[in-house]
Design a protein around this ligand. Structure first.
Ligand SMILES: [Zn+2]
Length: 253
């Protein structure tokens, strides 16, 4: 990416830090998802100096307000000023942090246009806040987040109807990558060998993800269900964008 774009000065945006790399003696380059520009990389000078006021604040899952500068021949932004808002890791459990990181891992792999950035930003913050107050079955909140991401990306996963004949589905037990969705019993018979069969409990959960808040305490999520549902998510994304996707964070869930 070496496109020459217009210079930017004094642009203020909130942003979530997704990745951090040390740069030169005392600086860092952070990959952030910002409310106004979406994905950008930003140099923060002097943050690793011993007496920096930002010590411990420029971390993954920190939300910051940035005042940005960029010259016309660079894709890299410079932070003129930073105001720390909060870090979502603080007061979160190990599991909650893994789930937040999984959200970050997914966002990092997506191409999101500037015009869509604020929608995705708000969704990500809402997701962090929901995870922070969820003690049980947080993975289902992650899956709901993924369904909402699909909607924003314009690739909504149909969890109500057969992806071939459009008949309403009672349960989701046959995922068909070729059809980008679930098939009814009859259609799945014609697609033998190319369906991914899942447990009816996994199917029930997927079907109820949009209302999951109501039943979160009552469902039991087994490790097989986690493998099933994550696999479908990754296949669905890979088939849509013709590239490999990963959710490595969730291996620690
Ligand atoms: Zn059908």
């Amino acid at each position: 990416m070496t496109s020459i774009s217009k210079p930017i000065r004094n642009l203020t945006t909130v942003a979530i830090i997704l990745k951090k790399i040390p740069y030169k003696e005392t600086s860092v380059i952070v990959k952030v998802f910002s409310q106004i520009l979406g994905h950008i990389s930003v140099i923060i000078h002097g943050v690793r100096k011993e007496k920096s006021r930002l010590t411990g604040q420029i971390e993954i899952l920190s939300e910051v307000e940035l005042v940005l500068y960029k010259s016309s021949n660079s894709n890299l932004f410079t932070a003129q000023n930073i105001h720390f808002i909060r870090n979502y890791q603080v007061n979160s459990s190990y599991t909650q942090i893994i789930l937040m990181q999984a959200g970050v891992e997914l966002i990092l792999q997506l191409i999101i246009s500037e015009t869509e950035a604020s929608n995705f930003y708000d969704l990500l913050i809402k997701y962090f806040l929901y995870i922070a107050k969820t003690q049980k079955n947080g993975i289902a909140i992650f899956w709901r987040f993924v369904l909402r991401i699909f909607v924003f990306l314009g690739i909504e996963l149909n969890i109500q109807h057969c992806a071939n004949c459009n008949k309403p589905l009672e349960n989701l037990v046959n995922f068909a990558p070729l059809f980008h969705g679930f098939l009814c019993r009859q259609c799945s018979k014609k697609n033998v060998g190319r369906n991914i069969s899942i447990d009816s409990k996994s199917g029930f959960l997927i079907k109820n993800l949009y209302q999951i808040g109501n039943i979160l305490e009552d469902v039991e999520i087994t490790s097989n269900m986690i493998i099933d549902i994550n696999r479908i998510i990754l296949i669905y994304l890979t088939d849509h964008y013709h590239q490999k996707f990963h959710l490595n964070c969730l291996e620690m869930y």
